[in-house]
Ligand binder design. Sequence first.
Ligand code: ACM
Ligand code: ZN
Length: 498
Amino acid sequence: MLKLIPQPRKIDYKSRKKIPLNHIALGENQLSPQAQEDFLDFCHMPGGEPNIIFVTDNSLGEEEYVLETNEKIVIKASGAPGQLYALQTLKQMIFQCEGCLPQVEIEDGPEYKIRGFMLDSGRYFFPVSDVKKIIDRMALHKLNLLHLHLTEDQGWRVEIDKYPLLTQVGSMRKKTNFNHTPHGGFYTKKDIKEIVEYAHAFCIKVMPEFDIPGHSRAAIACYHELTCFPRDLPVADHWGVKHDVLCVGKESTMKFVYDVLDAFFEMFPDEYIHIGGDEVPKHRWDLCPHCQAKRRELGLKDSDALQFWFMNQVKDYCKAHGRQAFMWSWELEDASAIDTDLGFTKCGEMETGDRPFIDTSTDAYYIDLPYGYISLKDSAEHKVYSGNCLGVEGTLWTEYVPNMKKADRMSFPRIGCISETGWHGTCGWKSFSKKLDYYYSFLDKNGIGYALPDMANPKFPRNKLSVLWFERRQLAWEGLTNIMEDKKIEKIAKKAKE
Ligand code: ACM
Ligand code: ZN
């Protein structure tokens, strides 16, 4: 019996016959040169007469394929995505069948349209070479959306011509949480083009994230007037939710936001864009004359309503440019103020009506969190939230993920579960655990790191220790800084009023 991740829709074993495989050569197809090379590199077999034959079948959906093994291997698909996914399945068959394939017919296609991976390149910068490795890992798992979190309190990671300081100043943090060395980096426009082209070669779309109006301290460090009470604020160098956010009461802020979006639209051609919206403390807005004037002008009841107005405005701008916008559902108490065409990356079971969403459950798919919080079993057992679900996404925040080694250890084997749920519709520990040994060997074969079983499903006290280690983030320290800054701003605001 074949073990495959993600599980295909249907496998038919046609006979007990084993089909010897001595060479590999691809017939005419619609795949990119990179995808073909990737497959041939993996197989590492002699070439010759084409023995993998591609048949165009327009009755199949864009990502569906039929794979038949016989004297030749026949792949039916309507285009490149189906062909690519057939080859990814075939890689796993070749790997476990050692020179002989079983005679099968596999009919396959995804349950969900979106299967994503989010990389937070804001906290730690991941160079293009790492992003390409992540794209390789995604392709192997039939994922099709790379969500790049590009703007953060701790770093601005993408070149914007109109605002050169964003990268000159905003891309560098003086230190990281517990490591007193500066850290930084950014993608040039050429880098972004390279990333987007590489992703497209593997049928992966790129959704950039411009996280606003919160998480904007790197931008504010460059252009102080973007915040309500302008002063010399550096790029954040420590974890935590920051109280200085964009001032949405000023026209100049809106111009900045639209200018940056224009630059994003130019660099990122795919239809999706993420506009953040998470973790926006309202302390500054409540005291800001600009924000309060705007709130009164719009007849809104409070600063929360002002944020929803802002998110809807930004969504409208994206929509006018042909883009589907998403925002985080994080801390959302009432989604009714959000227009129904603004999608969510949905972190919990909150009520979001019929708005479209991508399931990014904090209990299952926040793959940066220690396995003591989210075990592999939790990721496997997660049932997607009901409603207008477009798909699933593994979410790798990087405050404690400084490099690919750690990224792999946090992501795998959990991505196996996310891939299986996104592609097959369900995963489940019972069936996934049976494939786990095979999966580890397949990850090894691909040079991908992972957490071993005792780490991925930690027992007491290991689970508690992993959480404690993570919690060394010193929230108390961060909280104290915020309280002191809040007092300072309250004084300034009071003085201005007098
Ligand atoms: C989030 O977890 N801040 C979206
Ligand atoms: Zn303001």
